[in-house]
Design a protein around this ligand. Structure first.
Ligand code: 4H6
Length: 236
């Protein structure tokens, strides 16, 4: 069983993941469990303060270190005491290492993951030094919080876990594991708004279909993501 612990000021957001679709099924099948920890529950003052003004001045507020480090520690204890062999703490931030399918596959082999989602203008740097193993970014854009990035990472990992997807051949043979984009796909009806399904797919000639799909993959990749083809060349 995989263990995920998330440090977040908005734990309700994660039911979008645990209650729906493939990721929801994975949880009800007991393939993983996910526990959220709210830093607010680890404060000592009456106002339950989690943020403070930045030293050196500037706009906005910064998450204060103590509640975060306490929450991470509690999460780590839960993972190790429920049988996780290893536990890695990941901070989702625009400054992190770019997420790729390769990194997702690496993360899917780790027993316990703790995901730290930032809000406001970010967190006190000393939390990263003290408690974070790895900083990951899901892409070069800025969001109002780290919750969506944490859910993106979780979704990408969970669909790789054995027993989550019913037809496991579709999990590996898709865009980015192969280093190529997917070919176009069609289902009924044969004609939709005057647009026909490509004849070759109706032919029943399996080797011709296979060749057509490979061709389409290459054409698409060359047109839309030539950088992927260049990466293929240098890795062969
Ligand atoms: C850490 C530091 C991740 C987390 C700052 C998080 C994009 C990504 C956040 C911030 C994120 C990503 C707080 C900076 C709001 C902007 C949360 N955005 N931000 N690319 N936002 O993976 O202000």
């Amino acid at each position: 069983m995989k263990r995920f612990d998330v440090i977040t000021l908005f734990p309700e957001m994660f039911s979008a993941l645990t209650r729906n679709g493939v990721t929801g099924r994975g949880e009800s099948r007991g393939i993983y469990d996910l526990v959220c920890w709210n830093p607010r529950e680890f404060t000592d003052d009456l106002r339950r303060t989690v943020d403070d003004r930045p030293y050196g001045g500037g706009a906005g507020m910064i998450l204060t270190p103590s509640p975060l480090v306490k929450a991470i520690h509690t999460a780590k204890c839960r993972q190790l005491s429920t049988g996780a062999e290893s536990s890695t703490t990941i901070y989702l931030s625009p400054q992190g290492r770019m997420l790729t399918q390769e990194l997702v596959e690496e993360m899917s082999n780790i027993d316990g993951l703790i995901l730290l989602s930032g809000r406001y203008e970010g967190i006190d740097e000393r939390v990263i030094e003290e408690s974070v193993d790895l900083e990951i970014s899901i892409g070069d854009y800025v969001l109002s919080g780290g919750e969506l990035p944490a859910m993106v990472l979780l979704d990408a990992i969970i669909r790789l876990l054995p027993g989550v997807v019913n037809h496991p051949e579709s999990v590996v043979d898709e865009s980015h594991s192969s280093g190529m984009l997917e070919y176009p796909q069609y289902t009924r009806p044969e004609v939709f708004n005057g647009r026909r399904v490509p004849e070759v797919l109706m032919s029943g000639h399996h080797d011709e279909i296979k060749r057509w799909r490979q061709e389409q993959s290459v054409l698409r990749t060359r047109l839309r993501r030539p950088d992927l083809l260049k990466a293929e060349e240098s890795s062969q």
